[in-house]
Design a protein around this ligand. Structure first.
Ligand code: NAD
Length: 407
């Protein structure tokens, strides 16, 4: 299987066959402006020292400071971070916010670290990258396995090193340490606004069934938001597998069960299913909200959803895209569907710089305005070019990036 970055470049190539861009611009889009790999030594609780590999990729800052989350995962490497940084550069352009694209990571399974070790590692990442970070240079945020608590340690470490007290160098912070109302829910909420905007045009029923892969920050919140709006979540999973009930799951009860027992196994009145089976369930909406390369040429033919809302980054491979398009399944691409996170992160950055605090209502109204307008814009572009939503979103983003690079 291709690496996520190979997939990203293939998506770029496919989109730019439909509309011409200058060769010098495209050459710049094919590689990041800067990629940095560091070693982070951590004194472990048992007195030994372990060295972890950390990354920051600064892909493109033509439209504003680099912006993008930090992922902690045992399989994270520089190729994955490069792909995520590339998608981020396009995502901030799709949302038309004044940010560029970047991403970071550490190769680590954080579940095997103590809280003290996790804090030391997170502060170590900041010490390694502090010279290239800053509110007007590069503004990281959370991603898989990185929490508001981790952002709090990071912003504190950055403040000690740089003296910068704005807290605007990291977003996704807790509310009591410079965070924004609505940030925790933002990716799920943004996905819901995009879905709600495209629901009628993509001929979905008023109330839909929803299947969600992953129940972390993004998948769990999406489940609650869709349920609260009268839709029926019929299946959800974590890394070990999922549960399914055709009549619907009570998402809050599922989350409570997972909190109490650490697993979904044994949840009452639900059938246990694998992640593979979950992806192939008959449903109106399928939400991948875990990792890359989940819908591939191997299972795309078996997908029975009417619409795939990509809340994860890179869940669908380019080969699978073609199969789904031929089957008439709409794929709402990650760079539009999950952009709520970076949009509200940008609101958080703006509030920190202006020393303001916006209400949740104000945050959600601004988020809704942006996403409704951009989702319609991309839908129209896809219709004009007779293409899928991913190529349309790429073209919208590339037009904005090319203009910024030329100005
Ligand atoms: P998270 O760490 O909070 O949760 C990840 C979830 O995925 C967990 O429930 C985990 O059990 C599950 N998971 C891991 N591997 C899996 C597998 N193979 N099959 C099924 N489930 C699996 O992470 P998150 O912040 O919710 O991020 C999820 C996705 O959303 C990622 O692709 C991330 O890049 C993307 N995303 C996150 C944000 C954000 O604001 N956090 C914003 C935009 C996009």
């Amino acid at each position: 299987m291709n690496s996520p970055f190979q997939n990203a470049l293939e998506q770029l190539e496919k989109a730019t066959k439909l509309q011409q861009f200058s060769t010098s611009f495209l050459a710049q889009m094919q590689s990041p402006q800067r990629e940095i790999k560091v070693s982070i030594p951590v004194k472990m609780d048992d007195g030994t020292t372990q060295v972890f590999e950390g990354y920051r990729v600064q892909y493109c800052n033509a439209r504003g400071p680099y912006k993008g989350g930090i992922r902690y995962h045992q399989h994270t490497d520089i190729e994955e971070v490069k792909a995520l940084a590339f998608w981020m550069a396009l995502k901030t352009a799709v949302a038309n916010i004044p940010m560029g694209g970047g991403k970071g990571g550490i190769t680590v399974d954080p579940r095997i670290l103590s809280a003290t070790e996790l804090e030391k590692l997170s502060r170590g990442w900041v010490r390694a990258f502090a010279p290239v970070l800053g509110p007007h240079q590069d503004v990281p945020a959370p991603d898989v396995n990185t929490t508001p608590q981790i952002m709090s340690w990071m912003v504190d470490e950055y403040e000690q090193l740089s003296g910068d007290k704005t807290k605007a160098t990291f977003t996704g912070k807790p509310l009591n340490n410079g965070g924004s109302e609505g940030r925790n829910l933002a990716t799920g909420m943004g996905g819901f606004y995009v879905f709600d905007t495209l629901k009628i045009t993509s001929k979905l029923p008023e109330k839909v069934t929803v299947v969600i892969q992953g129940m972390g920050n993004v998948g769990g919140n999406a489940g609650r938001i869709f349920s609260a709006n009268g839709h029926t979540v019929i299946a959800i999973s974590d890394s070990k597998g999922g549960i399914y009930n055709k009549a619907g799951l009570d998402i809050q009860a599922v989350e409570q069960y997972k909190k109490d027992y650490g697993t979904l196994q044994g949840f009452p009145n639900a059938q246990r299913i694998t992640n593979q089976e979950l992806l192939e369930l008959e449903t109106d909406v399928l939400i991948p909200a875990a990792l890359e390369n989940q819908i591939t040429e191997k299972n795309a033919q078996a997908i029975r959803a009417k619409l795939v809302l990509e809340l994860a980054n890179g869940p669908t491979t380019p080969e699978a895209d073609e199969i789904l398009f031929k089957k008439g399944i709409y794929v709402v691409p990650d760079i539009l569907a999950n952009s709520g996170g970076v949009i509200v992160s940008t609101f958080e950055w703006e509030q920190n710089l202006k020393n303001e605090h916006w209400s949740e209502d104000e945050v959600n109204k601004k988020l809704h305005t942006i996403l409704k307008s951009e989702a319609n814009n991309i839908w129209e572009k896809a219709k004009d070019l007779k293409t899928d939503l991913r190529r349309a979103a790429f073209i919208v983003a590339l037009e904005r990036l090319e203009k910024a690079m030329n100005s």
